[in-house]
Design a protein around this ligand. Structure first.
Ligand SMILES: [Zn+2]
Ligand SMILES: [Zn+2]
Length: 159
């Protein structure tokens, strides 16, 4: 079971193993992260709260690697001329099977942390755009509260 989010320091994708009791740190810049998964989460159960922002609102989506899907399709197109379009049908079929075989991921509405390998919670539906927008607005309000600190950081960058 893993959680993936954007590192606060280096802004790259950090992936942490939720089941592990070891120290969690960004694999690139070594920033330490204190995560506190619930018992159920450690055991691969439902995601009940976000380890990154503590929100409890999530949506689920298919864990499809779209780049891979497109690559298979392009290969299918390239070979279709020689194989009388059989490869195109095969590529489409492979994509379809991949899609079926793939599990789902749980994603936090607030911070977009991605949870893989957990039990799917039936209460978590597909993404709700209205909810996502309202939570984003909330986040923007939070950000304005932090402004003095952000402004100070800007100044030090320009000097
Ligand atoms: Zn980092
Ligand atoms: Zn979150």
């Amino acid at each position: 079971m893993t959680v993936e989010f954007i590192c606060e320091q280096c802004e790259r994708d950090v992936m942490l193993n939720v089941a592990s009791h070891d120290d969690h740190a960004c694999q690139y810049c070594k920033t330490k992260y204190e995560i506190s998964p619930s018992k159920s989460m450690r055991a691969g159960g439902k995601v009940d709260h976000c380890l990154s922002c503590d929100s409890d609102q999530f949506y689920v989506q298919k864990d499809i690697n779209s780049t891979l899907g497109i690559a298979i399709f392009i290969v299918g197109v390239i070979f279709s001329y020689h194989t009388y379009f059989i490869s195109l049908a095969v590529a489409t079929l492979i994509n379809f099977i991949l899609y079926k075989a793939l599990g789902t991921v749980t994603i936090c509405y607030r911070c977009r942390a991605i949870y893989r390998g957990f039990e799917e919670d039936p209460a978590h539906r597909g993404m709700d755009r209205d909810l996502a927008t309202s939570l984003m607005d909330e986040q923007e309000k939070d950000a304005t509260v932090d402004k003095p600190r952000a402004a100070a950081a800007d100044k030090s960058n320009t000097v």
